[in-house]
Design a protein around this ligand. Structure first.
Ligand SMILES: [Zn+2]
Length: 243
């Protein structure tokens, strides 16, 4: 049975979205001088194409605090990119073709993330046959992770499979004809990134070292603030007494 929103909840549920839309409109439409109006008039020419997971905690517009027009977005479970097949990956191939050849994007970023439910379904199995048939496209990433960290420590295996899925997806993306051609002609870079949601850290895969290294580390002042915040007792600062 499909899950249905009870009719009485619909206006309240929609209000979450319409309130958000009003905030977006206030920010980006400014009586004819706003960013959206310029983008509508002149078109958008983004430099980036981001492929990431459908997980609602790692939306690329949120993670990169992106203004409208900065990046193309494509989301698929686990940020898994299967080997190129013109029929099966028609949507991704068409989107990449448009972004690379018509809009001349410069950077393709494939971003996996920690605590990924899609990769979790791959490692731990799932009774949902549709999810299973999708995530098994990353079976080679799971095998590579098992080869690195073994099968005993489940958490270690999950984290390593998430990273290996990024590596596999980059390798597969480089075989998509429009990507391959643009990279060969020096007009496109392809990066594999890993968003550690637990630590709030971003890592980039370096194929020469076969390792992920942290990029955009938090500035020292921000780290100190976070450390200080962790040390605070539960009620710091003490609540003010009502006048
Ligand atoms: Zn995910």
């Amino acid at each position: 049975m499909p899950k249905e929103t009870p009719p009485e909840d619909k206006p309240a549920a929609e209000k979450t979205l319409t309130d958000g839309f009003n905030r977006f409109r206030d920010k980006h439409y400014e009586n004819g001088a706003g960013l959206m109006e310029k983008l509508v008039k002149n078109g958008a020419n983004p430099d980036f194409f981001i492929i990431n997971c459908i997980d609602p905690r790692n939306g690329a517009d949120i993670v990169f605090d992106a203004p409208p027009g900065q990046q193309f977005l494509h989301q698929q479970m686990g940020a898994i990119i299967p080997p190129y097949d013109a029929d099966k990956q028609a949507e991704l191939a068409a989107s990449l073709s448009y972004a690379i050849d018509a809009k001349k994007i410069k950077h393709l970023v494939i971003m996996g993330h920690s605590q990924c439910g899609g990769v979790g379904a791959l490692v731990e199995g799932t009774s949902d046959t549709l999810i299973e048939s999708w995530v098994k496209m990353a079976a080679e990433a799971k095998r590579a992770a098992e080869g690195k960290v073994g099968k005993t420590d489940k958490e270690a295996l999950l984290r390593e499979t998430e990273r290996q899925t990024v590596i596999m997806s980059v390798k597969n993306a480089l075989e998509y004809p429009m990507v391959k051609k643009a990279v060969a002609e020096g007009r496109l870079t392809v990066s594999g990134w890993y968003f550690d949601m637990e630590k709030g850290a971003l890592h980039d895969y370096d194929p020469k070292k076969d390792a992920f290294t942290q990029i955009a580390p938090a500035p020292a002042a921000q780290k100190a603030r976070a450390k200080h915040a962790r040390r605070r007792p539960p009620h710091y600062p003490p609540p003010r007494k009502a006048a």
